[in-house]
Design a protein around this ligand. Structure first.
Ligand code: SAM
Ligand code: MG
Length: 328
């Protein structure tokens, strides 16, 4: 089943000018109105009525040892310094379930459910086993305090977790050390780009709520792809650049409810599902499933949905052959 672009999203896309990401122009749908020219993806299986067909599991990734940068920070300049400073300022609050990262704590079971089901389907694992990701090398890019990295390790994955903020890595390492299962996580203050230079490879590359904070989203997608083994999985979540997202994720969350510090998200830096899909496609990752996260203010819980107008997550598969580059 192919996912249709919701009318609200099409309207937002049609009203926006062409967007440039690091020199690459993301096509403006108003110039190519045919829906067939927009990326197509399946609904997430637990949202849709049909499930995705199984695919060949990827070959095992190369067994490289840990590599850590010095304590001062990442080795390359891809992070946006202003964005990094925002996260450094609130690093101590990562594990405060009522602090600025409360929305991520509340969203965690829902996003883990999407990750568990898509990875298990792709890698042909039993999602009901206690360690469904056993034997898979997974990297959590922009891990913050490790609130996603830890459950991934509990699901059996061999986890590497990186962040541009050294304080985050210190806090994540201390927190993980208290449990033998999570103590095995390889935490490192570095960037995806630096690991690409080291030719590190992972079966699954996951980067949640990071792309809207990086200096160059297209280059970031290219780095995520370069870290993924052929036929491996790349998972990205973020906030849509829609009017609804502006009203809820920025005005309500930052200014009315004060869940997040003001200025956490800049509307102009948000990326739409089509843009994420096109950038990943350009980077040789084909987005195959997408789902929205919706918040129920009555229950205070998040759930998976077809509604990708605000928060959404995309699952992609790295193509087995790298497309030829256009050298001039
Ligand atoms: C909103 S937090 C998300 C944390 C985590 N992925 C999660 O969802 O629980 C964004 C994180 O990305 C990190 N970050 C921002 N830009 C980065 C970059 N270019 N490379 C690596 N980490 C980055 C920040 O330091 C911060 O910890
Ligand atoms: Mg964010």
């Amino acid at each position: 089943m192919l996912r249709r672009v919701p009318p609200s999203l099409r309207r937002a896309l049609l009203s926006s000018a062409s967007t440039h990401y690091g020199g690459a122009q993301i096509p403006n749908p108003s110039h190519s109105p045919s829906q067939t020219l927009l990326p197509q993806w399946r609904r997430h299986a637990s949202v849709a009525s049909s499930s995705a067909p199984p695919q060949s599991p990827p070959p095992p990734s190369s067994p490289r040892g840990p590599s850590r940068s010095g304590g001062g920070g990442p080795t390359v300049s891809s992070p946006n310094p202003a964005e990094v400073a925002k996260f450094a300022a609130i690093a101590e609050t990562w594990w405060d379930a009522n602090g600025p990262f409360k929305p991520l704590h509340l969203m965690n079971p829902t996003r883990l459910s999407f990750i568990r089901s898509t990875l298990c389907r792709h890698f042909r694992r039993d999602p009901y086993s206690s360690k469904p990701l056993e034997g898979l090398k997974v990297i959590d890019v922009g891990c913050g305090g490790g609130i996603l990295s830890e459950p991934l390790a509990r699901m059996g994955a061999t986890v590497t977790a990186i962040d541009a903020v050294n304080k985050n890595i210190k806090i994540a390492s201390i927190h993980a050390a208290s449990d033998p299962t999570t103590a095995s996580i390889e935490y490192c203050c570095t960037t995806a780009e630096a690991l690409v230079k080291e030719k590190r490879l992972f079966d699954a590359v996951i980067s949640l709520e990071v792309i809207e904070h990086v200096a160059n989203p297209l280059e970031f997608c290219e780095s995520l792809s370069a870290l993924t083994v052929p036929n491996g999985a790349t998972v990205v979540s973020t906030i849509n650049r829609s009017m609804r997202a502006y009203a809820t994720a920025i005005v309500a969350a930052e200014y009315i409810l004060r869940w997040l510090p003001r200025g956490t998200h800049e509307w102009s830096k948000l990326v739409t599902p089509e843009e994420v899909s096109l950038m990943l496609q350009k980077a040789a990752v084909s987005v195959e499933e997408m789902a929205g996260f919706v918040y129920n203010p009555l229950s205070g819980e998040w759930s998976l949905s077809d509604d990708i107008s605000v928060n959404y997550i995309a699952f992609g598969v790295k193509k087995s052959e790298t497309p030829s580059t256009n050298c001039t």
